[in-house]
Design a binder for this molecule. Structure first.
Ligand code: ADP
Ligand code: NI
Length: 196
């Protein structure tokens, strides 16, 4: 039953995000869903609620949707179509909320929200995080790096990426994040060496 639901949700997300070029493609959703489930198991959160909220976490992002009310209704219709009980629907929406609405550094109240937020943040660091940042920067027409103070992708490392490790909610995410954080530092070190 849960497998069938996740299959339906993954198809919905595929159709919704397959043309995205802003770093929010289908595989970002898939990685966040899988990581949310992994963290849920480690942290004693509900794995199904966390994985489902992981798949859906960017569907209510104001940047990515024109009509929030409509987008929320679409998610509710999907959960109804999948015969997810009201109580679980509420838990899923709650877990998505803190992540979807760009609420600064708001810490989600429920443990499922915490693991989904951690999973999303982990995807912004490490090798994949670096690839996403340069891909986002390219789509925006932003320079890699600059010797003046303009906005660049390297600057985004300092504005956001290097701070992520210190913002993670759960000990399991902190453990996984360490290697990815160290990789950012190694990467920057080599970048400057080559820049000269
Ligand atoms: P999400 O909604 O998944 O939390 P964001 O919308 O903040 O993530 O960003 C999507 C991706 O684009 C992330 O990998 C992020 O690091 C990258 N990104 C966001 N802003 C910039 C920027 N100004 N320069 C380079 N990369 C960016
Ligand atoms: Ni995301």
């Amino acid at each position: 039953m849960e497998d069938e639901v996740l299959e339906n949700i993954s198809s919905f997300i595929y159709n919704r995000f397959r043309h995205d070029a802003t770093g929010h493609d289908f595989y970002h959703m898939k990685r966040v869903a899988k990581m949310a489930k992994r963290l849920a198991v480690l942290e004693g959160a509900d794995p199904f609620i966390s994985e489902t909220a992981g798949w859906l976490h960017d569907t209510l992002d104001p940047k990515l949707t024109e009509n929030l009310t409509e987008a929320k209704q679409e998610v509710i219709n999907l959960l109804e179509f999948c015969h997810i009980p009201q109580k679980e629907q509420k838990q899923i929406l709650r877990a998505m909320e803190a992540v979807s609405f760009k609420s600064g550094h708001r810490i989600p109240q429920c443990i499922e929200g915490k693991v989904v937020q951690d999973a999303d943040r982990l995807d912004a660091i490490g090798a994949i995080g670096i690839a996403r940042a340069f891909s986002f920067g390219g789509a925006k027409g932003q320079a890699l790096h600059s010797e003046t103070s303009e906005e660049t992708t390297i600057r985004h490392f300092y504005d956001k990426l290097l701070k992520i490790q210190g913002l993670l909610n759960t000990p399991s995410a902190v453990k996984i994040g360490q290697k990815r954080h160290d990789f950012l530092e190694t990467y920057l070190h080599q970048f400057y060496e080559e820049w000269m």
